[in-house]
Design a protein around this ligand. Structure first.
Ligand code: ZN
Ligand code: ZN
Length: 155
């Protein structure tokens, strides 16, 4: 079971000031209204972070329905560039990981490939001492050191 963290609470969410005024939960500015204390733009940003369908619609409106990895046009899915499960406890308190800063559009095959790659990385990180993982790590090190070269063989 993958632990996918939920976005943190808005950074400036707190009780009303002594005089009854409120601060905007996103930017911390005192707002005039006692009732609707979110700025419109700040609320929109919060929606992008917490409602994937809203974020997907927004990105498609800006960038079109094109996969950011292979460039193919068509059906795309919202994806977090830095996977949320990989955030450290400190990073889980930073809203930016849930914002467009960390979002992209991928077609289904690219999304699936990225998820598979990340699942393997996660497995390797959790099981660093199994023989298969050790072999994978050693091979990767050889490749990175340039001691091992992969030659493409013509079909
Ligand atoms: Zn605000
Ligand atoms: Zn793609």
């Amino acid at each position: 079971m993958i632990d996918v963290p939920q976005p943190p609470r808005p950074p400036f969410e707190r009780a009303p000031l002594r005089d009854g005024r409120r601060v905007c939960p996103m930017c911390g500015d005192v707002t005039a209204s006692r009732r609707g204390w979110w700025h419109r733009e700040c609320a929109a940003l919060w929606n992008l972070a917490t409602r994937p369908p809203v974020a997907l619609r927004d990105l498609k409106a800006i960038a079109g329905s094109r996969c950011w990895s292979c460039g193919l046009e068509g059906y795309v899915e919202l994806e977090h560039i830095r996977p949320l499960w990989s955030l450290t406890p400190d990073e889980r308190r930073e809203l930016r990981w849930w914002l467009p800063f960390n979002q992209q559009l991928l077609c289904a095959p690219c999304h699936k490939a990225k998820s598979a790659r990340e699942a393997r990385e996660r497995y390797d990180a959790q099981n660093p001492d199994t023989p298969a993982v050790r072999r994978r790590r050693d091979t990767r090190r050889l490749l990175e050191d340039g001691q091992l070269t992969i030659v493409d063989v013509a079909p």
